[in-house]
Design a binder for this molecule. Sequence first.
Ligand code: AAT
Length: 292
Amino acid sequence: VIPGWFSEISPMWPGEAHSLKVEKILFQGKSDYQDVMVFQSATYGKVLVLDGVIQLTERDECAYQEMITHLPLCSIPNPKKVLVIGGGDGGVLREVARHSSVEHIDICEIDKMVVDVSKEYFPDVAVGYEDPRVTLHVGDGVAFLKAAQEGSYDAVIVDSSDPIGPAQELFEKPFFESVAKALRPGGVMCTQAESIWLHMHIIENIVANCRQIFKGSVNYAWTTVPTYPSGVIGFMVCSTEGPEVDFKNPINPIDEKENQNTSTPPLKFYNREIHAAAFCLPSFAKKVIESK
Ligand code: AAT
């Protein structure tokens, strides 16, 4: 550990730890679920850390939040009802709100402290909560989905932390079953699905489960996020049986209508080309994912 630097050490990426130089620690607390910390970094703006793991930095959050949201929402016509699991910082809400067809956004975040801290330290991210279409539910995403009305959502976005801690069940088969149930026919799910460099065993397991559960289409996509372990993160992008969804050819582009909501700054990362490219996999990952 280098004095004055934050190092992200976890058994989920043994033998390596990305470090950021700390200018100032702004918040440190312990919620019912996890340790919560915010610090000012020298080069990535403010950083939100849960249980020692980086959740977002001001500089690169756009890559993750835009991709996890627009990969599913730009792939279906007129999404109206959207559910976000996790994502207490509000960044995914900010992105969902860009879609003018959306009428209602539920978010179920387990940890109220994440919501409060984000509103205080990350106003450009938590701005998502200001949209009148948003309803916040504080609770466990697993329980929320079990109780959700069948077939009621066009899209479910699972912006979840890693499977050590409160998010563990969000990577398990029963959870994916309740996501599929809560979606309308031809509805879409996009879920945080870790790194092809570090977690092929976790990815294999998610893909195998999703192939059994999602009878529409099952895909893995990925993007670069410099402050996530290995610098990349992936998404499981699936649809239920019903109207076919071709994720690789987005039919609901956002590029042209991005400035509709003038209180939100324009997209920084997502565009049509990067959407299609996100589904191209390196050979080693392609082999494993296609064999499942
Ligand atoms: N958008 C920032 C990126 C995240 S945040 C993940 C959120 O999921 C956290 O706010 C956490 O409190 C919440 N969460 C964890 N478990 C649950 C649960 N069971 N139900 C509801 N919300 C939950 C993800 C960062 C990925 C990091 C990659 N290394």
